[in-house]
Design a protein around this ligand. Structure first.
Ligand code: SF4
Ligand code: SF4
Length: 287
């Protein structure tokens, strides 16, 4: 029937008006249930899903409690436990940023050698599209999405180009904004650290075992170079040699002279034969 939709819409509006009227008679209306009072009529409202009556809120005095996964402009994490920036200036976030609104300046030491930290880090908030790619790709959990959305300024440049000081927040701030994600990350980091510690222990144990095996092999080698006979055997051998020497001495000691005389005679004989052959060759040639 013509006008049914219009009547339905007006019905919904009427229902909300009546619910609000009824709700406002309570000491704490539905929309303020569980809200956080900030004073000066300011409050953060945790709007319940089953709220009846008025759904609008009186911004900016009243603000809605943002869901954890709300994201606006990135923030850089200062690790309060380690007292250092988590960012290592690897540049991955700047590479993956679709509108290219991240600019990183890597720090260097007094010799000009590049270091694993930033000297500055800029994000153009007017260009950032809150896609969170930089967060997804950062390997060091160094960049996260902030919930702060009230960034209005009179001049876009340079007010909306945030530098490192403006972007950096302590780890506790991030933990308060993203409690679930923070807990998951902490659990993962602990697990990774535990694994790393175990790997290092295993590596150290293997190195110690290798060193022990090497020294054992060296000891075995030096033991191999040493005489393999026992002390008793060596003693017996020494006795045997002493007995041999005594027996030679008992033979009269002239045997050595006899051998030398025989050798001399053999040499003389060879010399004589060589002279004879030389004479024969001379005779043949008729000289
Ligand atoms: S924020 Fe992360 S990805 Fe970006 S430079 Fe720092 S460490 Fe690398
Ligand atoms: S949120 Fe997206 S657009 Fe914004 S800085 Fe990160 S990657 Fe770039």
């Amino acid at each position: 029937m013509f006008g049914t939709g219009l009547l339905k819409g007006l019905g919904v509006t009427l229902k909300h008006a009546l619910d609000t009227f009824e709700d406002d008679r309570d000491s704490v209306p539905d929309r303020y249930r569980g809200s956080l009072e900030l004073g000066n009529n300011r409050r953060v409202i945790q709007q319940p899903i089953d709220q009846e009556g008025l759904l609008t809120i009186q911004y900016p005095e009243e603000k809605r409690l943002l869901p954890e996964r709300f994201r606006y402009i990135p923030m850089l994490i200062w690790d309060s436990e380690k007292q250092e920036d988590r960012c290592t200036a690897c540049g991955i976030c700047a590479k993956v940023c679709p509108p290219q609104c991240i600019w990183i300046v890597r720090d260097s030491d007094e010799n000009g050698k590049p270091m694993t930290r930033c000297s500055d880090f800029y994000i153009d908030a007017a260009v950032c599209m809150s896609c969170s790619f930089c967060v997804e790709f950062c390997p060091f959990d160094a960049i996260k999405m902030n919930h702060d959305y009230e960034l209005a300024v009179y001049d876009r440049y340079p007010q909306l180009v945030y530098d490192m000081a403006e972007l950096t927040v302590p780890l506790e701030y991030y933990a308060a904004l993203w409690p679930t994600q923070y807990e998951e990350e902490q659990a993962r980091r602990k697990e990774e650290e535990e694994q790393k510690r175990k790997q290092e222990e295993e590596k150290a144990a293997k190195a110690a075992a290798r060193a022990a095996a090497k020294s054992a092999a060296a000891a075995e080698e030096s033991a191999g170079a040493a005489p393999r006979r026992s002390a008793a055997e060596l003693q017996a051998l020494a006795k045997e040699r002493a007995a041999q020497r005594q027996a030679q001495a008992a033979d009269g000691g002239g045997s050595e002279d006899d051998a030398a005389a025989a050798k001399r005679a053999r040499m003389e004989e060879l010399k004589r034969r060589a002279q004879e052959r030389a004479r024969a060759r001379k005779a043949e040639s008729g000289e």
